[in-house]
Write a protein that binds this ligand. Structure first.
Ligand code: AMP
Length: 608
């Protein structure tokens, strides 16, 4: 038996939850009883890794071996990661394949591999707590994660041995946890201030249907910034009061930890005593910190969140008076000042009856229960986080699907040629908000060839963008005169290729204490999935070339293989692969022969 869980893979902390008793319930680590797993990984000299609480505990002493906030690096290029790493205790390495690496023990790992270690910890925790194998998960991502960042999250799940049933936006998850789908018709603001990120989302709910109207936020704004500012203040005061010490990394980290603890205590108390004690740096200082002081430090961060909230509201075309509920998410919303300012800004007391650290994971578990059919009556709509368009003359972007469009969606737009007799057009698919193509992210390029020759401006080329519920984009370009078309599925890439993920899966198994059986299982699954993918791709190329009998036979063996891949039996997977091969190889061979033959006789896929 397997079970689907909901996972909040956070910048600071991660959680895993299941649907039980009609609600999402966060699972505790059976060993420690703790429900939050710090998103922190440390490499050890014996090639093993320490994840979570234990890695956080020795974070100061082992700063150089400790990797935190890896979520910031997900889906980033080497240069982007290098720009983001400032202020963190680790470095980004460039191994020349475009994917950033971080040293974990004696290995260099990519961000998805490091996130996979956290996911694996949660998977194992859930499997132990439930006594069943956990294989599938709904994983939450920030609403504005782009394709690469989402794909990096999927890669991480795959590396952890988890199938992603759905990537769910964090604010949507929070709404589900608060049961806001029960509002017959209304508008909701979700204010999420965590350790490392701020998100604000404006959602509409109607008859159990959610729609995200607008999102805004800052991936580099959160409780960590408040901690850093408090830490700087503490060190400054220690210096002023005569303490002599070197500002080493160790001192900075210790000051940060003291600052965070003081900040958390000041959400309940009005004054706390703080001690900095790092003998080898010559630092020993004790002083007091008041809530007023921390609030004055936190105020700029909070005001910035409200400014971004105002922007999201403006994007949604709503005023605060249109809102029916405001929900709080993220540990930093426990600060009394945050609650006061949010209430004053939105003009109503925010919903805060659930643990702000747990709402996202709880919502993910509810979404999982919708997928498995355990709960009914909730439908979810997601939103495209960034605009999608194509490059036109002069390197300018024509937006086809504007950002914040509700998914699924399909939008068509007509273009024409700009040279007389032009027979081909280049379709360059872009994602982003900037005006010039070069400033946006390039997702794909393809050519539509064989346009009927005509003077410039006469041909009518229709480009249709279709975004499915998972945010996967299909782009179709069609010459309206001839009907000639070309389409591509724009599969997001995180920078890791399928081959790289597969190699990582296999290499990962040779590390640590994994036994041979586990390794054989991973290898069988990787190869089985590859066979499934390739067989389906080949057959989808021209379904008319196989008979209905063959089609149902192929379908049956591939389905059987898919089911077996979900089990823990590598021998059964190998057998299912052999059966699938016996049926699919002759069909695939014939299809390939046909393709070659039609090419040789001058016919091509365009049919002209
Ligand atoms: P999250 O990313 O949602 O897990 O939130 C973690 C952030 O919440 C960290 O910056 C914590 O310091 C902060 N936090 C947790 N509890 C409190 C509290 N009681 N008061 C203020 N901040 C808190």
């Amino acid at each position: 038996m397997t079970r689907m869980v909901g996972i909040d893979l956070g910048t600071t902390n991660s959680l895993v939850a299941i649907f039980r008793g009609g609600r999402g319930e966060v699972l505790a680590d059976p060993a420690t009883g703790s429900r939050m797993c710090p998103s922190i990984v440390r490499g050890e000299t014996d090639s093993t890794v320490t994840v979570g609480e234990a890695a956080k505990r020795d974070r100061v002493a082992r700063a150089r071996d400790t990797v935190a906030s890896i979520k910031r690096m997900m889906g980033k290029s080497v240069a982007e990661a290098q720009a983001l790493v400032e202020g963190l205790s680790y470095a980004i390495s460039d191994v020349g394949d475009g994917v950033p690496r971080v040293r974990v023990g004696d290995r260099l790992l990519s961000p998805p591999e490091i996130s996979a270690l956290i996911l694996k910890e949660l998977k194992d925790r859930a499997s132990a707590a439930l006594g069943v194998s956990v294989e599938r998960a709904v994983i939450t991502v920030p609403a504005y994660f782009d394709d690469r960042e989402r794909q990096a999250t999927r890669d991480a799940a795959r590396l952890a041995g988890l199938k992603v049933a759905r990537l769910l936006s964090e604010p949507t998850a929070a709404c589900l946890a608060y049961g806001l789908e029960k509002i017959p018709s209304g508008k909701i603001a979700v204010y999420d201030l965590g350790g490392g990120t701020f998100d604000v989302s404006i959602l509409k709910v109607k008859d159990g249907l959610f729609e995200v109207l607008a999102i805004n936020g800052d991936t580099r704004l959160g409780g960590d910034d408040i901690d850093a500012a408090i830490a700087a203040r503490l060190l400054e005061r220690a210096k002023l009061e005569g303490a002599q010490f070197d500002r080493t990394l160790r001192v900075e980290e210790a000051a940060r930890t003291a600052a965070e603890n003081a900040k958390i205590a000041l959400s309940a108390d009005v004054e706390v005593s703080v001690t900095l004690d790092i003998p080898e740096a010559g630092l020993r200082w004790t002083g007091t910190l008041t809530r007023d002081e921390v609030e004055s430090i936190a105020r700029p961060v909070i005001e910035r969140t409200l400014k971004l909230s105002g922007r999201a509201l403006r994007d949604s075309g709503l005023a605060t008076s249109d809102l029916d509920a405001v929900a709080l998410v993220g540990g930093s919303t426990r600060m009394p000042l945050v609650r006061q300012r949010v209430e004053a800004f939105f003009g109503m007391p925010p919903r805060s009856d659930l643990d702000p650290d747990e709402v996202v994971a709880m919502g993910a578990a509810i979404q999982a229960s919708v997928i498995t059919g355990e709960s009914r009556g909730i439908t979810l709509l997601d939103v495209s986080p960034l605009s999608l368009g194509i490059e036109t003359m002069g390197g300018v972007v024509a937006k086809i699907i504007p950002r914040n469009s509700t998914l699924p969606t399909a939008v068509g737009m007509e273009f024409t040629t700009h040279v007389d007799g032009q027979r081909a057009v280049l379709v360059h698919v872009l994602q982003g908000e900037r005006e010039l193509a070069k400033d946006n992210r390039s997702l794909a390029r393809f050519e539509l060839r064989g346009i009927a020759p005509a003077p410039a401006g006469i041909p009518r080329v229709e480009v249709i963008f279709t975004l499915d519920a998972n945010g996967i984009l299909n782009v179709l370009a069609r010459d309206k005169k001839t009907g000639l078309a070309h389409d591509v599925d724009v599969r997001p890439t995180s920078g890791l290729t399928d081959e790289m993920v597969e190699r990582m899966l296999i290499e990962g198994m040779t590390l640590g204490a994994a036994d041979l059986e586990a390794r054989l299982l991973v290898e069988a699954r990787v190869e089985g999935e590859k066979l499934l993918r390739q067989s389906r791709k080949v057959i989808a190329q021209d379904p008319t070339l196989i008979t209905p009998d063959e089609a149902s036979q192929v379908d049956a063996v591939l389905r059987a293989l898919e089911v077996t891949i979900g089990t823990d039996d590598h021998r059964a997977i190998r057998r299912a692969m052999e059966t699938a091969d016996a049926v699919t190889v002759p069909v695939a061979q014939r299809l390939m022969d046909r393709n070659i033959a039609s090419f040789l006789t001058g016919k091509n896929v365009d049919g002209d």
